[in-house]
Design a protein around this ligand. Structure first.
Ligand code: PGA
Length: 253
């Protein structure tokens, strides 16, 4: 899989869903179906299912992601998982700074240290940024997401930033069925691109209730390179609808 340029990328964030047995079953279903050649696909199961997922994905174009990582390689950090441990399991992408983790206390500085940890250990961070509903209504989206993005990439050079992925996920759109309008999402994503050197050539995703129905319009936007998909990544049919929409939009561009 290429991790540079702006090849479309669809990443499934399974959150706290899927046992090992369920992970194997879903990945077998996905592997049995043809995937568009011009779309990169990532699945991010829970930590407990990563080893099984790695086995199921042997010789598959689908890449493995994790949902979080610790900033250090080892040490007295009960309950944490290091970038070295993830890399050993075949993980190549890590979602960093998801709003559900930020709500649990993760700060911009934590996100920045995790981005550096990923880059130091051969992992591509998928950095999630996004505003709350109150910030959205107060027209503070631009300030919020550009501040989060700049903080996440503090000390990262432009060449390294270009290899990263950023997901714009308005918090009010996550898991609610309410997605941002394609034009608005594209505008915010263009601002994120301009906020940090190197992001002009990085892959920038939209996330927040993206599914088969709205994926074509989102993917038709010039600055949206793909999606971070929660609910619609939990069944093969729903996930493949998004992947196929990304494939169709790419050939139409
Ligand atoms: P959703 O989640 O697609 O269920 O809205 C997206 C996410 O939280 O990454």
């Amino acid at each position: 899989m290429s991790d540079g340029g702006r090849r479309p990328l669809i990443a499934g964030n399974w959150k706290m869903h899927k046992t090992v047995a369920e992970t194997r079953a879903l990945l077998r279903e996905l592997r049995a179906r043809p995937l568009p050649r011009h779309v990169d696909v990532v699945v991010a199961p829970p930590f407990t299912a990563l080893a099984a997922a790695h086995e199921e994905l042997t010789e598959s174009p689908i890449a493995l992601g994790a949902q979080n990582v610790h900033e250090f390689t080892h040490g007295p950090f009960t309950g944490e998982i290091s970038p070295v441990m993830l890399h050993e399991l075949g993980v190549r992408f890590v979602i960093v700074g998801h709003s559900e983790r930020r709500a649990a206390g993760e700060t911009d500085a934590d996100v920045n240290r995790k981005v550096h940890a990923c880059l130091a250990h051969g992992l591509t961070p998928i950095v999630a940024v996004g505003e709350t509903k109150d910030e959205h209504l107060a027209h503070r989206t631009h300030d919020r997401v550009t501040a989060q993005t700049r903080a996440a990439f503090e000390g990262v050079d432009a060449a390294a930033a270009a290899r990263c992925v950023v997901a714009y996920e308005p918090i009010w759109a996550i898991g609610t069925g309410l997605s941002d309008s394609p034009e608005n999402a594209n505008g915010v994503i263009a601002e994120i691109r301009a906020a940090v050197d190197g992001l002009a050539s990085a892959r920038l995703l939209y996330g927040g209730s993206m599914k088969g129905e709205n994926a074509p319009a989102l993917m038709a936007q010039p600055d949206i390179d793909g999606g971070l998909i929660g609910g619609a990544s939990l069944t093969a049919n729903a996930f493949l609808e998004v992947i196929d929409a990304a494939g169709a939009a790419t050939s139409a561009r």
